[in-house]
Design a protein around this ligand. Structure first.
Ligand code: UDX
Length: 429
C-alpha cells in the first residue's frame, strides 16, 4: 500500500518504518526541515533500539523516504496517518492545533479517495473534527474516510511493540475501510479489534489511564508498607501471581513520567469533566503521582538530615530505561527539589545526558556511574537501566564519602546491600 505518515516523532517514525519493513511504500512528512534533512542523510533524531538499522534498510530498498512537502506525501498515498504531537495545554486539555493544521493541509492536496487515520492520541470526537475540517477545506468533491487507529508502543521497545502488539484497534466508519486495515496488518498475525471511531479513541485513553492507576495504586501501597514495616516487592509478588491482577505496571517507585501517562490522564479527566462525569479516581491517581518525588525527598531527609551542602549522585535521568527521552522525567522534579534545598548534583545516564543538559544545565554530568558516585554523600537510583543493576558495588562504596543509597526503583536486594555495608533505602520496603 502507499502510505503517508505526517509527523516524525516517536510514533510516526517507528510506525512509518515498520510499515515500510512490511513491504509498503512509505513517505514520512514533517514540517521540521532540519529533522527531515537529517533523516534524509541517514541520521535518526531519537534513540530507539533497532530503529536506525531498520530505517537504513528500508531507505536503501526505496520503500521509505522523507519530505517536508505535504503535497508529495499526500498525493500518491491511499492511507494518510496523522501522527503529530498533542501536547497538554495549561488547562490539562490536549492541544489539537497541530492535528487541525495537518487536517487543513491534507484537505488542500486530496483529489482522489483517501483514508485519513488518527494515530496521534486524541480525545473522543476528534475523528469528527478532522472530518469537518477536511470537508470544509477540500478543493474538489472528493470522498474520504476518517479512521482511529491508536498506537500502544512503548519507548525503548517501540519496534518490538509495533511488530507484535497485544492488539490492533481499528475504529472504522464502515466495512470497506475496516477490510483495508485488516489487510494492512494481516502479516503481523495479531488480534485485531474493529470498533466504531469513538470507541477506538476511548480505548487509548482508558488503557493508559488504567496502567497509570495500577502504578499509583502500588505507590500508595508502598507508602503504607514503609509505615507498617512490610516490603512492597513481596506484596507485588503476592498480588501479581493472581492472574486477574498480573505483574505488569505494578512496580513501585518514583512514579510515572514520559510523554503519555501524565498527558493522557490529565486529558481524560478533562474529557470526563466536559461530559459531566465524575472521575475523582483518576484525579487521585494524578495527585499520588505528583506527590512521589516530594515524598521520596522527605525520606532522604530523614536519613541525611539537612540536604544543604550535600553532594548527591543520580543514576539515570531518562523517564525510563532504554530511551533518551526526558519528557516529564521524574529526575527533573527530583533535581529541582534537591537543588532548591541546597544540594550539589552529579548525574550519569547512558543515553539521556545530551537532552538533559538542555533542561538542567546547572548540574555536573559524569561519564560513568562510578565517576558520579565519587566523593558523594548519597546515591539515588532514578532510572532502572540494566547497567546499574550490574555495578561493582564494592567499587561504588569505596569511592563514596558515605555509602548511602536511595533506590527509587527498587533494583537492588536490601539484604545484599546491607551485607556490603550500605545504608540502603528502597521504596516501600
Ligand atoms: C506508555 C504506554 O505503555 C504505551 O502503551 C503508550 O502507547 C504510550 O505510553 P511509555 O510512556 O513509552 O508507554 O512507557 P511505559 O513503559 O508505559 O512507562 C511509563 C512510565 O511509567 C515510566 O515513567 C515508567 O518508569 C513508569 N512505570 C511503569 C512505573 O513507575 N511502574 C511500572 O510498573 C511501569
Amino acid at each position: 500500500m502507499n502510505i503517508c505518515i505526517i509527523g516524525t516523532g516517536y510514533v510516526g517514525l517507528v510506525t512509518g518504518t515498520v510499515f515500510a519493513d512490511l513491504g509498503n511504500e512509505v513517505i514520512c512528512v514533517d514540517a521540521d526541515a532540519e529533522k527531515i534533512s537529517a533523516l534524509q542523510g541517514g541520521k535518526v533524531p531519537i534513540y530507539e533500539p533497532g530503529l536506525e538499522e531498520m530505517i537504513h534498510r528500508n531507505v536503501a530498498d526505496n520503500r521509505l523516504s522523507f519530505t517536508t512537502s505535504m503535497k508529495k506525501g499526500v498525493e500518491p498515498s491511499n492511507l494518510i496517518f496523522i501522527a503529530v504531537g498533542t501536547p497538554t495545554k495549561p488547562s490539562g486539555e490536549p492541544d489539537l492545533s497541530q492535528v487541525k493544521a495537518v487536517a487543513r493541509e491534507i484537505a488542500e492536496h486530496i483529489s482522489a479517495y483517501k483514508i485519513i487515520v488518527n494515530k496521534s492520541t486524541v480525545p473522543v470526537g476528534t475523528g469528527d473534527l478532522v472530518r469537518q475540517i477536511i470537508n470544509r477545506h477540500k478543493k474538489s468533491d472528493t470522498d474520504f474516510d476518517v479512521v482511529s487507529n491508536p498506537e500502544f508502543l512503548r519507548e525503548g521497545s517501540a519496534i518490538a511493540d509495533t511488530l507484535a502488539p497485544d492488539r490492533i484497534v481499528i475504529g472504522a466508519p464502515n466495512h470497506k475501510v475496516a477490510v483495508k486495515f485488516l489487510e494492512l496488518y494481516a502479516s503481523l498475525e495479531r488480534p485485531m479489534l474493529i470498533t466504531d471511531v469513538y470507541s477506538a479513541e476511548m480505548i487509548k485513553y482508558a488503557s493508559n489511564a488504567f496502567l497509570a492507576t495500577k502504578i499509583s495504586f502500588i505507590n500508595v501501597i508502598a507508602n503504607l508498607c514503609e509505615k507498617a514495616g512490610a516490603d512492597v516487592t513481596s506484596v507485588i509478588k503476592g498480588m501479581g501471581y493472581d492472574k486477574r491482577i498480573g505483574f505488569q505496571f505494578l512496580q513501585a517507585g518514583l512514579g510515572y513520567g514520559g510523554s503519555c501517562f501524565p498527558k493522557d490522564t490529565e486529558a481524560l479527566v478533562c474529557t470526563a469533566g466536559k461530559y459531566g462525569v465524575d472521575f475523582k479516581l483518576l484525579e487521585g491517581v494524578i495527585k499520588i503521582n505528583t506527590n512521589r518525588v516530594p515524598h521520596f525527598v522527605g525520606r532522604m531527609k530523614e536519613v541525611l538530615g539537612d540536604i544543604q551542602g550535600k553532594v548527591i549522585a543520580l543514576l539515570g535521568l531518562a523517564f525510563k530505561p532504554d530511551t533518551d527521552d526526558m519528557r516529564e522525567a521524574k529526575s527533573i522534579e527530583l533535581i529541582e527539589l534537591l537543588l532548591q534545598q541546597g544540594a550539589e548534583i552529579k548525574a550519569y545516564d547512558p543515553a539521556a545526558m545530551n537532552n538533559s543538559r538542555k533542561i538542567l544545565p546547572q548540574i555536573t554530568y559524569c561519564s560513568s556511574a562510578y565517576e558520579a558516585a565519587d566523593k558523594t554523600d548519597a546515591l539515588v537510583v532514578v532510572t532502572e537501566w540494566r547497567e546499574f543493576k550490574l555495578l561493582n558495588l564494592e567499587r561504588i562504596k569505596e569511592t563514596m564519602k558515605s555509602p548511602v543509597i536511595f533506590d527509587g526503583r527498587n533494583i537492588y536486594d536490601p539484604t545484599v546491600m546491607y551485607r556490603q555495608g550500605f545504608s540502603y533505602h528502597g521504596v516501600g520496603r
